[in-house]
Design a protein around this ligand. Sequence first.
Ligand code: SF4
Length: 456
Amino acid sequence: MKCEHCTRKECSKKTKTDDQENASVEVPSPAPESGEEKGEFHKLADAKIFLSDCLACDSCVSAEEGVQVAQQNAKDFLRVLNLNKKCDASEHRVLAVSVCPQSLPYFAAKFSLSVTDASRRLCGFLKSLGVHYVFDATIAADFSILESQKEFVRRFHQHSEEEPALPMLTSACPGWVRYAERVLGHPVTPHLCTARSPQQIMGSLVKDYFARRQDLSADRIFHVIVAPCYDRKLEALQEDVPTASPGFRGTDCVLTSGEIAQMMEQSDLSVRDAALDTLFGDVREEVRRHDGASSDGCLAHIFRHAAKELFDEDVGELTYRALRNRDFQEVTLEKSGKVLLRFAAAYGFRNIQNVVLKLKRGRFPYHFVEVLACAGGCLNGRGQAQTEDGRADRALLQRMRGVHAAGPGRTPETSAHVQDLYREWLDGADAPRARGTLHTAHQGPGRPADGRDIKW
Ligand code: SF4
């Protein structure tokens, strides 16, 4: 049987009907230090963590990666907090937690709060545990979107029949990118946008920019990301993320929103709400959202930017047209009956299958496709939108969408902090340092896949 993410015939992933579904992951407990009491941290660490459905799928994840992914759990996080309590201050690791923008609506819906109040509740809880800094990772999504916008315009100008630079396929979803790199290969990977994902950029912001600012080496910071899915744990293993000390990963541990909520529910710590930190000191901001609850607004922002840059057209609200289903929609820019831009959003692996088959047959009508592994997008990530028995929690998802839509929005271009960072941190938006920090190269499998390699 196959997982929901993937429809390949050779996929060995077991599903809900199999015995191992929702088996708890065996995580070695840190050995208690002598004289250590089983205090609050250890009570929390005893919370059961489930790796239910999948990351990409079994056949794409090596045994070693599986072990490293399983080690990213609440116990590991609490182990570092406990060590800080015991060791000399000079040996403390600075605990920094970055919260993905798609996770905050989950906490808001779960605790019946606004997104900003939910961020304060979450931040207060993490600080009560001993976390030093809690950041909103929206700033990393700003960079990822801005770089994707520039790349789309560049590809549009470069595109020709002989050397097709289009379509551009998004690369922010690690489930999709992993699948494209490990299974599909050429001719799909050259179409992946080279902009790093928000998680990778947040890794560099914390372990490079913030580390330098605090005069710390990267290894003194333990960076945790709170994310909507397990796929991001696999993404955290990526080693080419630039940091202040080469050889250290940008992210040390990814915890899903559900794992954090479980810790919150099982804690009897008295918690005071606290405002989120920023990378720049004491400045604190209201939480703002990008367009597009499912995707952090990648398609919408790139569409508007391309319409303006390429055709001098101002686009307001986008009109989506559902194609096969509501997870496969298109948006067009038309002038005098001619289609100037045709973008699509394809969520879930069945729609991805359709996109890839079209691409391989050479009959591809889109300039750009926003591809996400989860049907319904990131709010529906498996780390936060499931009931306890592993089913999709539709009522919670509905509330998340409502909370997200109600929050104040802003565009990546209007962030003064991002423009400052381009100047101070990256030597300018077009500097080699910016390109090296904000872009990556996508690999394919050992040999290019032809049509027979993909067994749907
Ligand atoms: S679409 Fe799903 S797998 Fe991909 S980043 Fe979002 S939550 Fe994770």
